[in-house]
Design a protein around this ligand. Structure first.
Ligand SMILES: C[S@@+](CC[C@H](N)C(=O)[O-])C[C@H]1O[C@@H](n2cnc3c(N)ncnc32)[C@H](O)[C@@H]1O
Ligand code: SF4
Length: 403
């Protein structure tokens, strides 16, 4: 019998941006030169090569999905050639290979080049279709550029995601309705709609802390979420996760790794990976903790190969953490319950020996159609995904260790 290839995801972080948007707290920098970029890409290549040789090949994995995110990975073209040469022998058949792209980089020439390299999916950061939204979010592209960039991308890519942010200062429900209908008019295969987070340390986060920007009430934000749900359902989209919708079965395979406890390698400044542990079934998480400059000179995390599972800091700017059964469970519930596949009670019992016993609170939730069980899966209703964190703790409390 033909053996099925074991697949794993890969995330590559490209931290360079032309301008730092005032809401964004991803690892990024706007201060870079060609030399800095060359040395970053060369470090990316060495670290990727290290993971391929020390993990991917010995464990018999292939890459089922690759996601190049940032920062602004679409600032670059030829810089990816060496990365692709390294990756090609390890791409599983039909691997999904996504590039995160800003509309103002999506020229015909760039799109054509990315496609020729092997990218087969574009995730475009639209953020808003309106000039007022782009201004509130301090984006630098023009609203009129978005449909043109999208139509150009369509010629080369048959899998496209558009990112939008909602809940920005001054946005009304009427504005949001219009944005949703503009989104449906373009008809991307996938849409990610994120509620604006006032992240601490960002200019918008600080303005919010000082009371200069007021977030809308929870009730208003829930109305935005409900409007998105019903508008995209009308447009034929499946709701896959609190912030993600897709149609025609064109879901993001890479996202599903994060939501369903699957493994992925990650390389680059700030990148976080999740790998099988040699000691427990709960996996280990690692993170490149340094800033962009540190990554350029960072030693390969060779200690990882003989790691005893105790010290969490390996060399400079690299952390590894074995997960306990309870942390594993909490994370699995946290990610799974806000997705359309929920959590698998049988898997939890098999892997961590935790048994689910419904509480009176959860019984009531079932009666009110907030929660349901389908076979071995426990699912939260879509309207409750918005409040997932409080549900997560309630559901976590219903698990106890099998004796
Ligand atoms: C790494 S970011 C940006 C990728 C790309 N450079 C861009 O600007 O479009 C990926 C997505 O996260 C979302 N995002 C980033 N910061 C956010 C925030 N504070 N609140 C909500 N969504 C955010 C945006 O929709 C963005 O497209
Ligand atoms: S949103 Fe995108 S372009 Fe803006 S700072 Fe963040 S990563 Fe850079």
């Amino acid at each position: 019998m033909k053996q099925k290839t074991k697949t794993i995801g890969l995330y590559l972080h490209i931290p360079f941006c032309r301008f730092l948007c005032h809401y964004c707290d991803f690892v990024k920098t706007a201060r870079w030169t060609g030399e800095f970029v060359d040395s970053y890409f060369s470090a990316l290549q060495s670290h990727l090569d290290f993971w391929i040789k020390t993990f991917l090949i010995p464990e018999g994995y292939m890459f089922g999905s690759v996601f190049v995110g940032g920062g602004t990975p679409s600032l670059f073209t030829k810089e990816y050639e060496n990365i692709f040469s390294l990756l090609e022998p390890f791409l599983a058949e039909g691997a999904e290979i996504t590039l995160e792209a800003n509309p103002d980089n999506m020229s015909e020439e760039n799109l054509c080049f990315w496609k020729s390299l092997g990218f087969n999916r574009i995730s475009c950061g639209v953020q808003s279709f309106s000039s007022a939204g782009l201004e509130a979010l301090t984006r630098k592209h023009k609203a009129s550029e978005v449909p043109l960039a999208y139509e150009r991308a369509r010629k080369y890519f048959d899998s496209i995601n558009l990112d939008l942010i909602y809940g920005w200062n001054g946005q009304t429900l009427g504005d949001w309705e219009k944005e949703l209908s503009q989104l449906k008019q373009l008809s991307p295969d996938h849409a990610s709609l994120y509620l604006l987070t006032y992240a601490p340390g960002t200019p918008l986060g600080r303005a919010h802390e000082r009371g200069k920007l007021q977030a809308s009430s929870d009730q208003t934000l829930e109305s935005f979420y409900e409007m998105a749900r019903s508008s995209l359902a009308d447009g034929g989209y499946d709701h896959e996760e609190v912030s993600n919708w897709s149609k025609g079965g064109k879901n993001c395979r890479h996202n599903w790794l994060y939501w369903q406890d699957q493994y992925y390698l990650a390389v680059g400044a700030g990148a976080c990976g999740y790998l099988p542990s040699r000691k427990t079934p709960f996996g280990l998480r690692y993170q490149y903790t340094g800033r962009e400059k540190n990554f350029c000179n960072q030693k390969l995390p060779e200690e990882w190969m003989s790691w005893d599972g105790k010290s969490e800091q390996l060399g400079d700017h690299f952390q590894v953490e074995e997960r306990s059964p309870s942390i594993w469970l909490l994370e699995y519930i946290g990610a799974g319950l806000r997705s359309s596949r929920g959590v698998d009670l049988e898997l939890i019992q098999k892997k961590a020996a935790y048994v689910y016993k419904s509480t009176s609170f959860l019984e009531e939730a079932v009666k009110e159609n907030c929660l349901r069980q389908e076979g071995s899966r426990l699912l939260l209703s879509e309207r409750e995904w918005f409040r997932e964190s409080s549900w997560c703790l309630k559901v976590f409390d219903a698990f106890s260790k099998e004796l």
